[in-house]
Each structure stands twice: as C-alpha cells, then as structure tokens.
Design a protein around this ligand. Structure first.
Ligand code: SF4
Length: 323
C-alpha cells in the first residue's frame, strides 16, 4: 500500500478531542513517532514572509493590526515595487530560506494592475529557485490559475478558527468564503497552506473543529500553520490572555497526528517563546517556521533569521533545502 493511502480523511471530532486531551507526554511521544515516520526529524523548513502591501484592509478580523478600522501603530504601505520584493527574496535565499511568502492585506484579489504586479513578483521569485507562496485574500478559480501559471507553488488561506466561532472573530466575511477560496486554489493545481490561530477566546472544541475541517478535506493542506495570537495593541483582542506553551504543543501534536504528511508550521507567537518551548513544538511535530530578515512576521515581532539558524544549530536541526 502507498504511504499516502495510510493518511486518514475520516477523523471524527471525538477522536481528535481524545488525542488533544491525552496525557501530554504520551501525546508528544505519539506525535514525535508519526513525525519520524513521515519526515526527516532533523529538517525544518525555513520560510520567509514579506508583507508586500501593509495595512488599510477593509476587513474586521479582530486579531489583526492591518484592519483599517482599528487604531494600531502599523504604518500603511502601498504595494512594494517588484525590484524591492525580488531583492528581499534574493537575500532570503542567501540566508538559507527555501520558501518565500508574499502577503498583501487585501480582502480579495481584484483583476487590476496590482494583481499584474503580483504575477510579475511570483515569476521573479520562482526564477530565483525559491518555492513561492502568496496570501492575498479571497481568490477566484481564474485568478488562482493565473498565479499557478506564473509559478506559484502554494497559496495561504487560513481557516483561523472553527465554523461556529468564526462570526465572533470576523463579521465581514463567512467561514464558507474561506472554504471556497481553498477549493479554487485546489482546482488550479496549487498546494494549500491553511491553518489557524489559538488564543482568540475559542474553546478547545473550536480548536478541534478547525483541525477536523482541515483533516477531513479530500486532500490535506500541504502546510498547516499553527499560530498563537499575537496581541496587537489597538485591536479588540489586545488584552486576551497569552497562549500557554502546552496549548500550542497540544495543537501542533494533534495536527501532526491527524495530517501526518503535511508540514506543520510553528507560526505567529514564536517571539514570546523561549528556545526550550520551541524545542517542545519541534518534538511535537512542527517542521516548519517563518523567519525574516526584518525580524517581523507581517506586522508583529518575530525572531530574526540569524537567531533562528543559530537555534536550529543548537537543537541539532537544519534548514530543509527546496526539493
Ligand atoms: S487578517 Fe487579512 S483580511 Fe483580516 S484584516 Fe488582516 S489583512 Fe485584512
């Protein structure tokens, strides 16, 4: 039997809840065992994320400092020139990144000159030999196809949280809009990057529902980012309690067990984690991180690339090269 056929798509919520809630040491041991079966345990994908258009977003995601309606310290930045983006991509490659992600704070992609410029950026980064990923908001099938033809490898579109809790976090779009965009990305033959955020005020049940949606997709997302809420001053969630490390470890381990072939990405929130805490996340099956020369993850602080490479070295890990 092909290994891929061993991946399950028929998980139940009860099964995933039982995994999430099992005693921590047993959970991490099980997740680490799955990780070793499916991935090289010493390799960590280092992805760089650049905000190519920052702030001024019409959406109301209550965790996001880029929403125009919240009074945050974030400086609005129009779409960057293509040359500037390519210079960042070149530097990221020199520093050991194998994936370059470009993010624009848009509600949705429009068929205009800005999208044409994104297409040029995708072509340019692809020619540098990096895996190119974009996160640009909602996308039609045709737009996804144009991106695919330009050399895009992956499209990020997070579910954020459960279908039931979604309206508590965002009112300007629906959970089903997320699913539609993911479907369009799949139809265009792109790989999918989709995960969520914990610390939004959701229950464990919501967290598991979100993972269940991903783990019961016909094809699991190739990348699953697990974010801890970055509490941005001026957003409605700025005073939410800090996400405890063991909650992150449980989420990562559950994602690893439910979607064994996927890259599980330790994403936002790393700045508040010690190296020891991050090591627990790697042990629980995380095998991808975001790193950036600008020491930011979009608009929130993030460890710098050099610090990350040093941390990987200390832990006996190494950056994965592009296949
Ligand atoms: S998360 Fe994205 S869509 Fe939501 S407000 Fe921020 S930039 Fe806009």
């Amino acid at each position: 039997m092909e290994k891929e056929q061993l991946v399950r798509h028929d998980w139940t919520k009860e099964e995933l809840l039982a995994i999430y809630n099992q005693p921590l040491m047993g959970l991490v041991y099980r997740a680490a065992s799955v990780h070793r079966l499916w991935h090289h345990p010493e390799e960590v994908q280092v992805a760089t994320l650049l905000s190519v258009k920052t702030g001024g977003c019409p959406e109301d995601c209550s965790y996001c400092g880029q929403a125009a309606r919240y009074h945050t310290d974030i400086k609005v930045q129009a779409l960057l020139p293509t040359d500037t983006v390519l210079a960042h991509a070149r530097k990221a490659k020199e520093n050991g990144a194998s994936r370059f992600c470009m993010a624009a704070a848009w509600r949705e992609v429009r068929d205009n000159r800005d999208f044409d410029r994104i297409i040029d950026m995708v072509k340019g980064v692809n020619e540098l030999g990096l895996e190119v990923c974009c996160t640009l908001g909602m996308l039609t099938e045709n737009q996804a196809k144009r991106l695919q033809e330009a050399g895009l490898y992956a499209y990020n579109h997070n579910l954020d949280t459960s279908a039931d809790y979604y309206n508590e976090v965002i009112s300007t779009r629906k959970f089903d809009n997320r699913i539609n965009t993911i479907d369009n990305v799949r139809k265009a033959g792109l790989t999918v990057c989709s995960g969520g955020i914990i610390g939004l005020g959701e229950t464990v049940d919501d967290r598991i529902s979100m993972l269940l949606t991903l783990a019961t997709m016909e094809k699991h997302p190739e990348s699953v980012p697990i974010n801890a809420l970055a509490r941005v001053k001026g957003t409605p969630l700025e005073n939410n309690p800090k996400v405890e490390i063991w909650e992150m470890v449980r989420m990562i381990a559950t994602a690893r067990i439910a979607m064994p072939a996927s890259m599980v990405r330790l994403s936002s929130g790393r700045i508040e984690m010690s190296e020891v805490e991050q090591a627990w996340c790697f042990m629980a099956g995380a095998n991808s991180i975001f790193a950036g020369e600008l020491q930011t993850l979009l608009v929130t602080p993030n460890p710098g690339l050099n610090d990350d490479i040093q941390m990987l070295h200390t832990l006996g890990l190494r950056p994965m090269s592009k296949e």
